[in-house]
Ligand binder design. Structure first.
Ligand code: NAP
Ligand code: ZN
Length: 348
């Protein structure tokens, strides 16, 4: 199937129109016309080869919502016309303990990412949602429940599940004290989801600029990490802190904010951090953890949770040809709070 997308041809070239082919349908495949795709900071990292593992040309995009246009002969879960979604994963081995446990993101035999990953059968590098069409095996295609607005559902597929998963892992519920470092795409979803679970939520932002937004999103307060006195006053007051900062940074100012047994879970920066001082960990039995997106079953659970609670990301709709500007604004943390590409704007 011929399709059109936007690709980075090298780490230094801006994304540009790129014609390519999607594979012919395998019996268990679903083909969809992409309607919307969210813009994640990982799209920017990968396009610029920040992590050193990008294959070019790179077509990013893993917050995908579309309409089914064709299904393979063995597909049972989706039908032509359905509104469906695809997140960060398009395949896994399906037989290891992690896949059996619904955590395909930790597949022992290597997950297949939606873009920049070798296809398990053809070896071709996967291409993501900044395109008109995509073909994905049915187990990795999610159903968008009727209560969700398709135009604002995309960001749940990465920003949403990446923050929902640690909230569930660390059993956040009524009375939990949750901090969120960085109020961007992931951060604003962490706030909405933790608040919906009944937690007491504090945004840890670099300044007080986003104070009104934080409260409007459902946080109880905002703590500016630049305010040393306020940071000292907040010591030992969190059970869980979700850290979404996308660059190298220092955890030492944040670790004392955890109560005894508290955990700081990193979902942002992949790579080195400034050295954490172990006294912060030892003197309060505190932990530093990491977490990667979430499994397929849990992603469907999140979509259903958001439909039930009427939770939508705050989206700014853009045209495909505005993605370069969107990347530049995202780097300056000038997005409130997720760009979504209207794929109807991409014409041959
Ligand atoms: P984003 O929308 O750009 O938000 C990041 C936020 O971090 C900003 O809004 C800003 O918040 C804060 N920040 C930015 N630059 C900073 C700096 N130099 N120092 C301190 N804080 C800074 O990004 P995103 O899409 O939420 O993604 C965040 C990170 O998560 C990226 O690295 C992305 O690759 C990663 N990610 C990980 C997973 C996973 O599975 N673990 C999944 C998706 C994304 P304030 O203005 O409030 O300070
Ligand atoms: Zn993402």
């Amino acid at each position: 199937m011929k399709t059109l997308g936007y690709a980075a041809l090298s780490a230094t070239s801006p994304l540009a129109p790129f014609a390519f082919e999607r594979r012919a349908l395998r019996p268990n495949d679903v083909a969809m016309e992409i309607l919307y795709c969210g813009v994640c900071h990982s799209d920017l990292h990968t396009s610029r080869n920040d992590w050193g593992w990008t294959s070019f040309p790179n077509v990013p995009g893993h917050e995908i919502v579309g309409r089914v246009i064709e299904v393979g002969g063995e597909v049972t879960q989706h039908a032509v016309g359905d509104i469906v979604a695809v997140g960060c994963l398009v395949d896994s081995c399906q037989h290891c303990d992690q896949c059996h446990g619904g955590e395909e993101q930790y597949c022992r035999n290597g997950r297949t990412d939606t873009y920049n990953s070798p296809d398990r059968i053809s070896g071709e590098i996967t291409k993501g949602g900044y395109s008109k069409h995509i073909v994905v095996r049915e187990e990795f295609v999610l159903s968008v429940p009727p209560g969700l607005d398709p135009a604002r559902t995309g960001p749940l597929l990465c920003a949403g599940i990446t923050t929902y998963s640690p909230l569930r892992t660390w059993n956040v519920g009524p009375g939990s004290r949750v901090g969120v470092i960085g109020l961007g795409g992931l951060g604003h979803m962490a706030v909405k989801l933790a608040a919906a679970m009944g937690a007491h939520v504090t945004v840890l932002s670099r300044s007080t600029d986003k104070q009104a937004d934080a409260l409007a999103l459902g946080a109880d307060s905002l703590l500016a990490s630049s305010d040393k006195r306020a940071m000292a006053a907040a010591q030992a007051s969190f059970d869980l802190i979700i850290d979404t900062v996308p660059v190298k940074h220092d955890l030492n100012p944040y670790l004392p904010l955890l109560d005894i047994n508290g955990t700081l879970v990193i979902v942002g920066q992949v790579g080195p951090l400034a050295e954490p001082h172990t006294a912060h960990l030892i003197l309060g039995r505190r932990s530093i953890a990491g977490s990667l997106i979430g499994g397929i079953a849990q992603t469907q659970e999140l979509l259903d949770f958001c439909a039930r609670k009427n939770i939508h990301p705050d989206c700014e709709m853009i045209r495909m040809d505005q993605v370069h500007e969107a990347f530049e604004r995202m780097e300056k943390a000038d997005v409130r709070y997720r760009f979504v590409i209207d794929m109807a704007s991409l014409q041959a």
